[in-house]
Design a protein around this ligand. Structure first.
Ligand code: DGP
Length: 118
C-alpha cells in the first residue's frame, strides 16, 4: 500500500480544508497556498503517489479528474476566460505532496507556461 499524505486526512475530513466537491472517487479542495484567484486541487480518493505510479486500472478515476475540473471551472466562473490544469511529477516537476493531484488555476491571465530554459 502506498504511503498516505496529508491529503488522505483531508479526504477523510480529519484535517480542515475548503472542500468544494467530493464523491466516491475524487475530492476537490482549495489549495492552502493559492497562486491564483482560483486555485483548487482535485485528487483521487485512492492514494496514487504520482503519475509514475499510474496503472491501467486508474484510467476511470483519472478521466473523472477532468470531468470534475470542468464542472468546478464552470461553477467558479473561470471557464469562459480559461484556466490551467497542472499535474506535477517528482523532483524536477516540483511535486511536493506525493498523492497525485491536479491543480485547477484561473481567475487572471496566468502568463507563460514555463520559466525560460536556463
Ligand atoms: P505540488 O507541488 O504539485 O505537489 O503541489 C502541492 C500543493 O498542495 C501546494 O500548492 C500546496 C498544497 N498543500 C500542501 N499541503 C496542503 C494542505 O494541508 N492543505 C491544502 N489545502 N493544500 C495543501
Amino acid at each position: 500500500m502506498p504511503e498516505e499524505t496529508i491529503f488522505s486526512k483531508i479526504i477523510r475530513r480529519e484535517v480542515p480544508a475548503t472542500i468544494l466537491f467530493q464523491d466516491d472517487r475524487v475530492t476537490a479542495f482549495r489549495d492552502i497556498n493559492a497562486k491564483a484567484p482560483t486555485h483548487i486541487l482535485i485528487i483521487p480518493n485512492k492514494v496514487i503517489p504520482s503519475t509514475n505510479d499510474v496503472t491501467p486500472e486508474d484510467e476511470g478515476v483519472l478521466g473523472h479528474l477532468f470531468i470534475v475540473a470542468a464542472k468546478l471551472a464552470k461553477e467558479q466562473g473561470i471557464a469562459r476566460d480559461g484556466y490551467r490544469l497542472i499535474v506535477n511529477c517528482g523532483r524536477h516537476g516540483g511535486q511536493e505532496v506525493y498523492h497525485l493531484h491536479m491543480h485547477l488555476m484561473g481567475g487572471r491571465p496566468l502568463g507563460p507556461m514555463l520559466m525560460p530554459a536556463g
